[in-house]
Design a protein around this ligand. Structure first.
Ligand code: ADP
Ligand code: ASP
Ligand code: MG
Length: 466
């Protein structure tokens, strides 16, 4: 089998975890599989890089760049010394030269007090630029031939949208041309989370974007399966950090998994399913802490089981926008004006709800995009198209997901009756036409309780025949 395996941050968090990952890759290689690897930064490193980039661009006195570089070095060198003692000298040189690079760019950002989206992307890609060398060395130490490629060298060409770049169709042939010749003889370790523009400028694919790197590469090399290795047993009936009795779902469809990730299930990046779905490549989500568990299979089939609802998610990083008093009710073109204004400001609208009077429209956007949304909409208030815009940051979006919801009457009734009984007020409701999900908005403080109530209502903690 040709496999693309992606390992997340906790799975490569220290030497011991990297040893475990090298073991998993080695075992698969020994079984005769062709394996290509995509790797994330060690857990927490991307957050630190983002913090450091912001700090150096805004601080008044010189920030502590050297101790920061030293702590990054310490963490990666310790793992390298543990897992690849015979390669410490050679690989250590690579790590040091990368760190020198990072030190220079952070110093330049401090001197200029200017952090452009371009330089920010370059800085935050360094987590993967370091972890990949350690994993590759650990494989070589075990006698497995391996080479490191950054996202650009691997052929991932993207749009220039720094921080949220999308892979361009031209990536496919490039990745194929670069990676396929390698996998017969070696195990390529590709840095996740990054690509580059046509001009070779580094871009990043959005937080948790290594999942997306994995499916971009997996699809391009026509992998038989893409395995996303993480720190939980698979896609679960709810976030296990919120719901103690959440269970693993053995199989979900691409569409269900997309809805789940879009509405907050961090286990997969929202765009990650798209490349796999286009080529109908199954995606497995598996646990590096429990590798014998079969995990979750994400594939084309929509397996509807008697319980209908499969999973409940919550997105807490959202804000509500109310567009009130829309004038010219019923006249075509008003919605277009509103959504064009948002699109021109690059605001992504996650949920929409419009009353039948057409006088009000409510929207959900990422919290980080609220200011941009309000700015864009102020223009149409000034033009007299709407009376006022209000917003609320203290909200959460909850989504109930399951393919069988289409054509099963009563699901919405059950959801909202349960909310009513629990005394949870619903601020907004939206149901996509695919009917794979029903989503609604509640006050932030009610969000987690809403998930628990629904998890209980649909008895998701109980086993179900698949
Ligand atoms: P990685 O570093 O491997 O990419 P992430 O932290 O990005 O891992 O994603 C895994 C985490 O996603 C889990 O630890 C879990 O807390 C969270 N999560 C949220 N919703 C779900 C869900 N429905 N199923 C499984 N995990 C979920
Ligand atoms: N390291 C990146 C992040 O923390 C990408 C990833 O882990 O998938 O967002
Ligand atoms: Mg992730």
């Amino acid at each position: 089998m040709r496999l693309l395996m992606k390992f997340g941050g906790t799975s490569v968090g220290d030497g011991e975890r990297i040893r475990n990952v090298a073991g998993i890759i080695g075992e698969s290689h020994r079984q005769g599989n062709e394996v290509a690897v995509v790797v994330s930064a060690m857990s927490g490193v991307t957050d630190q890089l983002i913090g450091m980039a912001t700090e150096v661009s805004t601080c008044i006195t010189k920030p502590l760049i050297d101790p920061y570089i030293a702590s990054l070095r310490e963490r990666h060198m310790r793992a390298l010394e543990q897992e690849a003692p015979s390669l410490v000298h050679d690989v250590g040189e690579h790590i040091d030269s990368r760190l020198e690079n990072l030190r220079n760019i952070l110093t330049a950002i401090y001197n200029l007090r200017e952090l452009t989206p371009r330089s920010r992307d370059y800085v935050i890609s360094f987590g993967e630029r370091l972890s990949s060398y350690v994993l590759c060395a650990a494989l070589r130490e075990r006698g497995l031939p391996s080479v490191v490629l950054d996202g650009c060298e691997a052929g991932i060409v993207t749009t220039p949208q720094h921080g949220e770049a999308l892979a361009l169709p031209s990536s496919e042939a490039r990745i194929k041309g670069r990676i396929v010749p390698l996998i017969g003889t070696t195990i390529p370790v590709i840095m996740g989370y990054m690509g580059c523009t046509e001009e070779g400028i580094t871009t990043t694919l959005g937080r948790s974007g290594s999942d997306y790197s994995a499916t971009i590469v997996g699809a391009a090399i026509d992998a038989d399966e893409i395995w996303i290795w993480t720190d939980v047993d698979g896609v679960m009936t709810a976030d296990p950090r919120i719901i103690g009795d959440a269970r693993v779902i053995p199989s979900v469809s691409y569409l269900e998994a997309m809805e789940l990730s879009f509405f907050g299930a961090k286990v997969l990046h929202p765009r990650a399913l798209d490349p796999a779905m286009r080529k109908n490549i199954p995606v497995r989500v598996k646990n590096t802490f429990n590798p014998s568990h079969p995990g979750t299979l994400v594939h084309r089939d929509e397996r509807v089981h008697s319980r209908v609802v499969k999973s409940i998610t919550i997105h807490q990083n959202v804000a509500l926008v109310n567009i009130n008093g829309i004038r010219l009710i019923g006249r075509p073109g008003v919605a277009k004006t509103i959504f064009s204004a948002l699109a021109e400001s690059d605001v992504n609208v996650m949920m929409i709800s419009q009353g039948s009077s057409e006088a009000n429209i409510s929207l959900i956007v990422e919290k980080a995009q609220l200011d941009a949304a309000l700015h864009a909409l102020n223009g149409i208030v000034k033009d007299g198209i709407v009376r006022e815009i209000t917003s609320d940051r203290e909200v959460a979006a909850v989504a109930v997901v399951g393919a069988g919801m289409a054509g099963t009457p009563g699901i919405s009734g059950k959801i909202f009756t349960a909310m009513g009984k629990a005394g949870i007020n619903i601020i907004m409701i939206s149901q996509g036409s695919s009917e794979v999900n029903v989503s609604f908005v509640v006050k932030a403080q009610d969000g987690k309780r809403a998930v628990q109530v629904l998890h209980d209502e649909f008895r998701l903690a109980e086993a179900v025949d698949e």
